[in-house]
Design a protein around this ligand. Structure first.
Ligand code: SAH
Ligand code: SF4
Length: 392
């Protein structure tokens, strides 16, 4: 609107633009999107239908240009383009490991950077996304934990990581093609990147609801796994309000050791954590909880630990994911020997639990679990070493 345009009552009561500039539609819940459209002049009676249409364009077709939304009138498209944007984090670097793992560096508002990892497997592909820049927690074996929290990611920045990966994998359905015709390259999401998702609950919840919505990205709640270090009061809320699969960074079988490895244990100890976990599968209908257990030489990897672990989790539908420690420069631990890991796995397996050993992926590009850290200097250094594939 120019200065000379006549000011109508409509314009006075319904600001056509928020003072900060156009509103990003990405990351809004359906209700939020409806409210934003109405606030900017869409008649209430039409709002529901417009939400459905715009939602499908953004999340089903991956469209970013309002002018291409051909089932909307030209005038309405122009109005949308005046008031809104469809924005996701900017991909600034992509590295591809010898094993096909892709590590993306994305830039978000304020110039901060986070890492996102895509892990292709035979019959599926998992995207490991971040929920915070850095982390407030200081788990002693985790590289992210050595970095201070910069800020929480917004819902747009969280779901935007998924959209960015779908762009990179060229996975949006093509015109004239059904949405389910090609096998999905990006079929699973794990919230196991940087940050503690349950310290950014609302944004993570909204982003995951968008990812699960059947008229868009459409990932089943069983294909989304949220990993927490054990923020006990938020666990029940996760079951009620998100309902995805849950993984817990357990990592120790005594409070003494867990206090050192996962210091949030001093606030909510093993007993409190297990109480919350016992309730989880009932509330959320998820079958099993994944217990993550990082294998640290001489610290938590004895036969006695394995036996204690089995005792502790008795009665909880569980699988135990053993993670060989991924080293990073200056890390104070070493990876347990392979024989030790296998022996540990065997004790758990014989007690009746699945005990897969997680194969480290993308180690050559520092993309494995717990190696993410947004210090660009380190990323640049690693890039020089392995030879990067430039971002498209
Ligand atoms: N903050 C969340 C999710 C991110 S970490 C959490 O702590 O659960 C994802 C998983 O990788 C967690 O189980 C974490 O404990 C583990 N991890 C962190 N650093 C690691 C490392 N260097 N080697 C192996 N696993 C690590
Ligand atoms: Fe944060 Fe998770 Fe790393 Fe702990 S393991 S420091 S909670 S990212």
């Amino acid at each position: 609107m120019t200065d000379a345009a006549p000011i109508t009552q409509d314009v006075l009561t319904i600001p056509r633009k928020l003072p900060e500039g156009p509103v990003n539609l990405v990351g809004l819940t359906r209700e939020g999107l409806r409210a934003a459209l109405i606030e900017h002049g869409t008649p209430e009676k039409q709002a529901r239908m417009r939400v459905d249409q715009i939602w499908q364009w953004i999340y089903q077709w991956g469209e970013r240009d309002f002018h291409a939304m051909t089932n909307l009138s030209k005038a309405y498209r122009a109005e949308l383009a005046d008031n809104f944007v469809i924005e996701i984090p900017e991909l600034v670097d992509r590295q591809v490991s010898a094993d096909g793992t892709r590590k993306y560096l994305v830039r978000i508002a304020g110039g901060h950077e986070v890492e996102v990892v895509y892990i292709p497997e035979e019959d599926r592909g998992t995207l490991c996304i971040s929920s915070q820049v850095g982390c407030t927690l200081t788990c002693s074996f985790c590289h992210t934990g050595t970095q201070k929290l910069v800020r929480n990611l917004t819902a747009a920045e969280i779901v935007g990581q998924i959209m960015m990966a779908r762009d990179d994998l060229d996975e949006w359905p093509r015109r004239g093609e059904g949405t389910g015709e090609r096998p999905r390259l990006l079929s699973n999401i794990v919230l196991m990147g940087m940050g503690e998702p349950l310290y950014n609950f609302e944004n993570v919840r909204d982003a995951m609801k968008i990812a699960m919505d059947g008229e868009g990205i459409s990932l089943s709640r069983r294909r989304i796994t949220l990993s927490t270090s054990g923020v006990v009061p938020e666990i029940a809320k996760t079951a009620e309000e998100i309902g995805c699969m849950l993984a817990v960074s357990f990592h120790a079988t005594t409070d003494e050791v867990r206090d050192k490895l996962v210091p949030i244990n001093k606030k909510w100890n093993i007993a409190a954590l297990l109480d919350a976990l016992r309730e989880y599968p009932k509330v959320s209908n998820s079958e099993r909880i994944t217990f993550e257990y990082v294998m640290l030489k001489g610290v938590n990897d004895s036969d006695a630990d394995a036996r204690r672990l089995v005792q502790l989790i008795k009665g909880i539908p569980a699988k135990i994911n053993l993670i060989p420690f991924n080293e990073w420069p200056g890390a104070p631990y070493q990876r347990s020997d392979w024989n030790r890991i296998e022996k540990f796995a065997d004790i758990i397996y014989k007690a009746g639990y699945a005990s897969p050993i997680r194969t480290p992926r993308g180690e050559d590009i520092m993309a494995a679990c717990g190696q993410l850290k947004s210090a660009s200097e380190r990323v640049r250094k690693a890039r020089r070493q392995v030879g990067a594939v430039p971002a498209p």
